[in-house]
Design a binder for this molecule. Structure first.
Ligand SMILES: Cc1cc2nc3c(=O)[nH]c(=O)nc-3n(C[C@H](O)[C@H](O)[C@H](O)COP(=O)(O)OP(=O)(O)OC[C@H]3O[C@@H](n4cnc5c(N)ncnc54)[C@H](O)[C@@H]3O)c2cc1C
Length: 427
């Protein structure tokens, strides 16, 4: 997108084409305007259109331009935060509601893909949270205990069992979560857009909302060549947002995350590495992730931005790390590389904000946006349709945070990841 192979990398090369869209032109009236065409905005637009509302979704660049088109494609349940931490942060009522919704978030993604026949390489074979050392084992055991008590289909694997599934002996164990799996993330976003359009939504790309004004009950959102007048606005811009509602973006610390993709591995290597095609990430603080795509490319990622010296530093690290984890691959080559920004909130819990009268947003998924985008997008639609009262939402209404020294911390994380990868191997 925008002639930048480092923005969406492999996903842009292998996704089916986006549905045909055009920039917003002239004055349009709608019941609801959606700002941002990632998972949240498109899921909201789909839900609204299916309920018969007139919905116009505006995207600044292209469908999936934000996190939706750049991520690893791990369809996870729950959040990064443990269930106990979610309950602590949200209290028992909201905490239980949010956990129930997020427990089922992957199921919502699989159902949507099936219902709308979205061609996005879905693999519902579980994920493996790979334990590094004894601290890693303790972490996955606690996660397994907490989700197991809630009836989730999770189990821990010992080092030997993990090695057999992963094709690597570097991990001390793994947590297998059968709710989860992998998708081609940009293909899923494009498929959601196609489904929303088929349900009656108007989707306009190259249509950044520049300004918003309210007259009486009606909001008028202006883009370069047109405007939308609507009673409700769903803001779904998350970590890629800006004016006129930058609050959701500002309250998140943006953590860069990159991916490298190998060419398709040989049939022998594919039979040895992840024969069950689970998606994987590990328990280290500067974590790594890996998964296959449909063609058998290994997609390997970690924290860092592929810009400036980062491109060479992280590329060299990725080669060293892959050699350590999967020595059977030999010297890895990469045919694609890309990166994006993950938005992190102060307590690792997502947010619901009422930004103004009839202007609502969910944001702050902390690196877990595929499942949450699906279910929070639907809740956004249901709230606007009057089906879910504000008091019954899965998250409380809060004021956007303003984290201290956000820009300094972002620079520190980007530089810190580069230093860690420059001096370190994988262990
Ligand atoms: C590198 C990376 C790896 C990740 N890995 C995973 C993973 O494996 N699993 C997982 O679940 N999550 C992962 N995530 C997180 C996930 O991608 C995000 O949480 C998710 O994309 C958020 O969806 P969204 O629809 O809320 O926002 P986004 O997908 O970011 O979409 C926001 C959209 O709003 C648009 N926009 C912004 N301002 C305007 C405006 N003024 N007018 C119109 N449009 C506007 C942007 O262009 C953008 O397209 C990852 C993220 C990154 C960056």
């Amino acid at each position: 997108m925008q002639n930048d192979p480092l923005s969406h990398g492999l996903w842009e090369t292998t996704a089916p084409p986006a549905p045909l869209t055009s920039p917003l032109a002239g004055e349009v009236k709608a019941d609801v305007a959606v700002v941002g065409c990632g998972y949240t905005g498109l899921s909201a637009a789909l839900g609204l259109a299916e309920a018969g509302a007139k919905v116009v979704a505006l995207e600044a660049v292209e469908i999936g331009f934000g996190g939706a088109g750049r991520n690893v494609g791990l369809v996870n349940a729950g959040m990064w935060a443990l269930p106990s931490d979610m309950l602590k942060a949200l209290g028992p009522d909201y905490g239980e509601r949010a956990l129930a919704l997020l427990d089922n978030a992957p199921a919502a993604v699989w159902e949507t893909i099936e219902k709308h026949r979205i061609d996005c390489e879905p693999v519902h074979n579980g994920t493996l949270h790979c334990a590094v050392g004894r601290a890693g084992v303790a972490e996955i055991e606690e996660r397994a205990r907490q989700w197991g008590e809630r009836g989730a289909p999770v189990k821990t694997l010992d080092g030997g069992q993990a090695a057999a599934r992963i094709g690597s002996s570097v991990y001390a164990g793994a947590l297998l979560d059968m709710r989860a799996g992998t998708i081609q993330p940009l293909a899923y976003a494009r498929g959601l857009a196609r489904a929303a359009i088929a349900a009656g939504a108007e989707v306009h790309t190259q249509s950044a909302v520049r300004a918003a004004e309210r007259t009486g009950r009606v909001w008028t959102l202006s883009a370069d060549a047109g405007s939308v007048a609507a009673d409700w606005v769903a803001v779904a811009t998350d970590a890629y947002g800006g004016a006129p509602w930058p609050q959701g973006r500002r309250e998140q610390i943006r953590l860069p995350y990159f991916n490298f993709a190998t060419p398709p591995l040989s049939a022998d290597l594919q039979a040895e590495i992840l024969p069950g095609r689970e998606g994987c990430w590990d328990t280290r603080m500067i974590l790594s992730s890996f998964r296959f795509d449909r063609a058998g490319r290994l997609v390997f990622g970690s924290v860092g931005a592929l810009r400036g010296t980062g491109l060479a530093v992280h590329g060299a690290w990725a080669r060293r790390a892959l050699r350590k984890i999967f020595p059977q691959i030999g010297a890895a080559r990469f045919e694609a590389q890309w990166y994006g920004m993950i938005g992190m909130t102060k307590n690792a819990v997502p947010r619901f904000h009422r930004l103004a009268n009839n202007v609502v947003t969910f944001c702050g998924y902390n690196g877990r946006g595929i499942g949450p985008g699906a279910v929070f997008g639907r809740v956004l639609a249901d709230h606007i349709l009057g089906r879910v009262a504000e008091k019954d939402l899965p998250l409380p209404v809060t004021e956007p945070d303003t984290p201290a020294l956000a820009a300094v911390r972002e620079t520190y994380y980007e530089a810190g990841a580069q230093i860690a990868h420059a001096v370190g191997g994988w262990v």
